[in-house]
Design a protein around this ligand. Structure first.
Ligand code: ATR
Length: 281
């Protein structure tokens, strides 16, 4: 009897830009695993039907991306702790007759951070996060779970930061956007989770001269790979962590669930995605 090849997907709208197929297909080839990973464009108003159809077509699971990460939560039977804390799901497993949802964005962020700064410990750390959208939630959830002592959330729309404080609790402080440069002095970690600095978006205007030289600077933006923020931080002697690293590491748990092998994030994979980004941006 031959084993069926597992099939996985990434579902979003639009989906053309997704690099997930490149990553998973690289791992399938590298580990000589017979399987598939495909893009599925599902419009928001057709999401439930389109998603359940994937299960009925024999997919073993997949990734859920923008704009479906919150909406999919209504369709899953079980969620992991991170998905519940973040309020969004990015990884699905169809297991027997159950749909299990998890969120690996926080894992991707922290694993990349640890790879870039092995000496750094999250325990008792002080972080500043710029932005209060979905990406910020993933970063907050994982930093709190790893023992961060204080997180200052700095966002243009103060209400959104205040909502996240209500969700995540007393270790969160909120701060107006205009004070972003002044709050950096006691910070061990600065993270940009806004879209500022991305190709086609306004620049992220922040003076990081007040940061302690040991502070780590992370940017979730990966087009360009080295944002202006990261460029300045590197020049000022800070350890930096880029958004591509997070993208690669967040894919690891899904691949293991669907295809049965924990894959490695290698320099070769990174280069492959960088080449693809250069072609398409
Ligand atoms: P994601 O889910 O990827 O985090 P999002 O929910 O759209 O995306 O969040 C984008 C973040 O970038 C928000 O914190 C947003 O600030 P607001 O809450 O005030 O909208 C921030 N952002 C976007 N454009 C900005 C700008 N020009 N200046 C400051 N912050 C900006």
């Amino acid at each position: 009897m031959t084993m069926k090849s597992p099939k996985a997907f990434v579902a979003g709208w639009p989906i053309d830009h997704s690099r997930s197929p490149l990553i998973h297909q690289y791992w399938l080839k590298t580990y000589n695993i017979s399987g598939e990973y495909k893009k599925k464009a599902i419009a928001p108003d057709k999401f439930a039907a389109g998603f359940l159809q994937l299960r009925d077509k024999g997919y073993c699971g997949g990734n859920i991306t923008i704009p479906h990460k919150v909406r999919v939560m209504k369709l899953v039977d079980e969620t992991d702790v991170m998905a519940r804390k973040i309020g969004a799901v990015n990884t699905i497993c169809f297991h027997d007759d159950k749909i299990i949802g998890s969120n690996t964005d926080g894992y991707g962020f922290i694993t990349n951070l640890q790879a870039c700064a092995p000496q750094w410990s999250c325990r008792n750390s002080h972080a500043v996060i710029l932005g209060a959208g979905g990406a910020a939630r993933a970063v907050i959830a994982v930093l709190l779970s790893r023992g961060a002592q204080q997180i200052i959330l700095c966002n243009r729309t103060l209400e959104k930061a205040t909502e996240l404080k209500a969700r995540f609790g007393e270790r969160i402080e909120v701060c107006g956007w205009e004070r972003r440069a002044q709050i950096l002095t006691e910070t061990d970690l600065l993270v940009n989770t806004t879209s500022l600095g991305m190709i086609g978006k306004p620049r992220l205007d922040i003076d990081i001269g007040g940061l302690n030289e040991k502070a780590i600077v992370a940017d979730l933006v990966y087009t360009p790979l080295e944002t202006r923020l990261l460029h300045t931080a590197r020049r000022n002697g800070h350890t930096i962590a880029d958004g591509l690293g997070m993208l690669l590491y967040q894919a690891v748990p899904g691949f293991e669930i669907w295809f049965g092998r924990r894959p490695q994030v290698t320099a070769e994979l990174r280069d492959l995605v960088i080449d693809d980004l250069a072609k398409r941006t």
